[in-house]
Write a protein that binds this ligand. Structure first.
Ligand code: MN3
Length: 199
């Protein structure tokens, strides 16, 4: 059965940009909730319980139709949040350096250009979902968003950087002001973790 992975830092580590209360509810309640519901969906499918979350989401067509939506939504919720915690943390560098910076510059012109485009996609995404930097199968970098808890890995894209756009990620501190949340979030991106995702 799937379990909540440890949060790699304390609830208040991302203060003041992301507040401790939001982190606690988001991690201990929302993420745990996706895992509980995923486990419930897989209860009668021991063959699927042995698969990794990546395997399940990469092959949604092979999931029995009866639980496919649950695996897509709850499994996606589990996987997306697991990735999201990792790409945040105490920031060591204000902007990416080294190979990730070069790759971003090659794909988007400059880091500022990349940041602007990603922010625009995140602000303009309608409703709940995620903003992403992904690599496609030819290793092209793409900025996109997905709805609900849909994962790019279901479309053979590799997640590199992601931002939770659900109101539960920011409502306590920012209410309806998604743009302010996004602006603050750039301060807690852990570029070393993002670079590892790119490798
Ligand atoms: Mn969330």
């Amino acid at each position: 059965m799937f379990e909540l992975p440890p949060l790699p830092y304390a609830y208040d580590t991302l203060e003041p940009y992301i507040d401790a209360r939001t982190m606690e509810i988001h991690y201990a309640k929302h993420h745990q909730g996706y895992i509980d519901k995923l486990n419930t969906a897989l209860k009668d499918y021991p063959g699927l319980q042995n698969k990794s979350i990546e395997e399940l989401l990469s092959n949604l067509n092979e999931i029995p139709e009866k639980i496919r939506d649950q695996v897509r939504n709850q499994g996606g919720g589990h996987h997306n949040h697991s990735l999201f915690w990792k790409i945040m943390g105490h920031r060591k560098t204000a902007t990416p350096t080294g190979s990730i910076l070069t790759t971003v510059e090659n794909s988007f012109g400059s880091f500022e250009e990349f940041k602007m485009k990603f922010t625009e996609v995140a602000i303009n995404h309608f409703g709940s979902g995620w903003a992403w930097l992904v690599a496609d199968s030819s290793n092209n970098l793409i900025i996109r968003s997905t709805s609900n808890q849909d994962s790019p890995i279901s479309e053979k894209q590799k997640p590199i950087l992601e931002l939770d756009l659900w109101e539960h990620a920011y409502y306590l501190k920012y209410q309806n002001k998604r743009a302010e949340y996004i602006d603050a979030w750039w301060n807690v991106v852990n570029w070393e973790a993002v670079e590892q995702n790119m490798a």
